[in-house]
Ligand binder design. Structure first.
Ligand SMILES: Cc1ncc(COP(=O)(O)O)c(C=O)c1O
Length: 379
């Protein structure tokens, strides 16, 4: 499967569906008594929302941010429950939610007003409470009034949910505080409960409840700053490569790239690689960030340009030929978590932001790695 639906540039993005399937099994093993709501918003964190669905076949439902994303799932024939985190903003969206049997999240008075002033048949929803995230959700103390308004409109409440602000900071006391606040909600009818994102699934056993909502772990990245995906048993699903477009010999003292940030301290051989911040590779990358050529780490030097970057290849026995694929991250050799840390961000941002020609592969990931590396060594 390939796609040129993304703005076409040099970058090649291989997405390994077998890894996503493996990561889903990990989530299931960690929360065996819970149902799984696979989070596929933001184009499945850059992995292709509709294309990854076959790998998420064993999920019990899906979660997206917007009604538009939910529409795309339904139009693609997806019949499982779809939770819409932001719920609806407009009347049209509200009617679509009811018609398409989505589960919009009700988190704001405006939504209650739209529901109360319109006649609706068969709307099922979740209600979200703000237990400490400070983003969306009703105050816990207002649960009774929300309940009464939804009951008066004959809306079926399937579940009650909240979201951790600091689940990735395992020791943070706000996690227990949020859980206590959540447990204090008095909802008169029996409903499903949900709190846990990836970090909570991976770090605690007391927050799994009826539904868990794994996102980033499904794509094989770590939600934690100090543990990498591999140590958590996850397999990175995305491998990003870009081609060598020129090989240069530079003299000692020569400056490299915009602003002349890097100056050669010796004669150097460099490869110009055809990818840059226009493709979503971060401009803030510092000198000595790794890329992989064959099986060897080489380092980026100088400022990242819009569509190119410079890599020091002086340590390679043989320079790579033009078009040789340079791995920017992926498949264990060089994790996206490592690159994210270099620019003080999270893997989520890099995965969502990278653009290029995407290709979905459904084979055990070790086979893919071997295949790519073989391609490289015979180039
Ligand atoms: C409400 C909600 N639940 C679950 C998730 C999944 O989080 P993660 O990708 O950290 O597992 C998100 C993602 O931002 C979210 O907004």
């Amino acid at each position: 499967m390939t796609s040129s639906d993304q703005f076409y540039r040099n970058i090649n993005i291989r997405i390994d569906l077998a890894s996503i399937r493996h990561n889903l099994r990990c989530a299931k093993a960690l929360a065996p008594a819970s149902k799984i709501m696979a989070v596929v918003k933001a184009d499945a964190y850059g992995h292709g929302m509709t294309q990854v669905l076959p790998a998420l076949h064993d999920a019990d439902g899906f979660a997206v941010a917007t009604v538009e994303e939910a529409m795309a799932l339904r139009r693609g024939g997806e019949n499982k429950p779809v939770l819409v985190f932001q719920g609806f903003r407009t009347l049209d969206q509200l009617y679509f939610c009811a018609e398409a049997k989505l589960w919009p999240v009700i988190h704001d008075q405006h939504q209650l007003e739209l529901i109360s002033s319109n006649t609706l048949k068969d709307l099922s929803c979740w209600v979200k409470f703000d237990t400490g995230m400070g983003r969306t959700g009703f105050q816990v103390q207002g649960a009774d009034s929300v309940y009464r308004r939804l009951q008066a409109a004959a809306v079926k409440v399937v579940g009650v949910m909240s979201h951790f602000a600091c689940a990735d900071m395992v020791e943070d006391i706000s996690n227990d505080r949020q859980l206590r606040e959540f447990n204090s909600i008095k909802w008169p009818d029996p409903v499903a409960l949900s709190m846990a994102n990836s970090a909570a699934i991976l770090s605690r056993t007391d927050v799994q409840l009826d539904w868990v909502r794994p996102g980033v772990m499904l794509y094989g990245a770590s939600p934690f700053k100090h543990s990498d995906a591999e140590s958590l048993g996850l397999q990175p699903a995305m491998r990003v490569t870009a081609p060598v477009i020129a090989i240069r010999d530079l003299k000692r003292g020569q400056r490299i790239g915009y602003g002349g940030r890097y100056q050669c301290d010796r004669a150097m051989k460099v490869a110009v690689v055809g990818a840059g911040y226009g493709d979503g590779y971060p401009r803030a990358i510092p000198d000595d960030t790794s890329v992989i050529l064959g099986n060897q780490r080489c380092t980026v030097i100088g400022c990242i340009s819009m569509d190119s970057m410079i890599v020091d290849i002086s340590s390679l026995a043989v320079p790579p030929p033009i078009d040789y694929p340079v791995t920017l991250w992926g498949h264990g050799q060089l994790r996206v978590d490592e690159i994210a840390r270099r620019v003080n961000t999270i893997s989520y941002e890099l995965l969502c932001g990278i653009r290029g020609q995407r290709q979905w592969i459904d084979a055990p990931s070790e086979v893919n790695v071997r295949k790519i590396d073989k391609d490289l060594s015979t180039n």
